[in-house]
Write a protein that binds this ligand. Structure first.
Ligand code: SF4
Ligand code: FES
Length: 201
């Protein structure tokens, strides 16, 4: 596979076809923040915190680095006032949902995001989909799903599957950027796994 040469933050970077901008940047030691990306999962593009600016054929665009494929001669900027402002806005929106998230708080400090900018809508889940995708793509269990639409969208454990599969797994817990997943599991276990204790016998 031939090398693709592009420029990231003023440096000439060699990448392989099929890599994303995030892969290429990380390979060159350039950090880009992520919230919904995992190296073992397909790109999802939900959080947009990895937004970078690209310039090609005289046109500039903001794109999600975790989804955008490397291109020959592309000029990429991973930090600028414009990019930082986008990330700040995203973080303020996410913090309205999950104000206690340590991952969000750390990023908020970097980008000067205020947790008080938007009215609190604490759902505690930022819909990154990491738990759902990990369970489906890696574990092939589908014990958890994203359900409903719009503002009602949320994660939900599937009791029939989760009551059998989750107890000895829980590999998705540390992936959650808000720690909501763990709370949701124990709540569901307590309220909605009528057959949970039976399945352990
Ligand atoms: S529960 Fe956590 S890992 Fe799952 S979608 Fe919500 S924020 Fe992401
Ligand atoms: S990390 Fe790229 S969209 Fe979430």
């Amino acid at each position: 596979m031939s090398d693709i040469v592009l420029q990231i933050d003023g440096r000439e970077i060699k990448a392989k076809e099929g890599m994303t901008l995030l892969d290429a940047a990380q390979g060159a030691g350039i950090a880009i923040p992520t919230l919904c990306q995992h190296e073992r999962l397909d790109a999802y593009g939900a959080c947009r915190i990895c937004t970078v600016e690209i310039e090609a054929r005289g046109r500039k665009n903001l794109v999600a680095a975790c989804c955008y494929p490397v291109e020959k001669n592309l000029v990429v900027r991973t930090r600028s006032a414009k990019i930082d402002n986008v990330r700040k806005m995203i973080l303020e929106l996410l913090l309205a949902h999950a104000p206690e998230s340590q991952a969000l708080q750390e990023l908020a400090q970097t980008y000067g995001a205020s947790p008080a900018r938007f009215e609190k809508e604490s759902s505690f889940c930022i819909l990154c989909g990491l738990c759902v995708r990990y369970c489906a793509e890696i574990k092939k269990r589908n014990a958890i799903a994203l359900v409903d639409r719009g503002t009602r969208r949320e994660i939900s454990f599937i009791p029939e599957i989760a009551s059998k599969e989750c107890w000895e797994c829980k590999e998705c817990f540390p992936l959650c950027p808000t720690s909501y997943l763990q709370a949701a599991y124990f709540l569901t276990e307590g309220l909605g796994f009528p057959r949970f204790s039976e399945s352990q016998e």
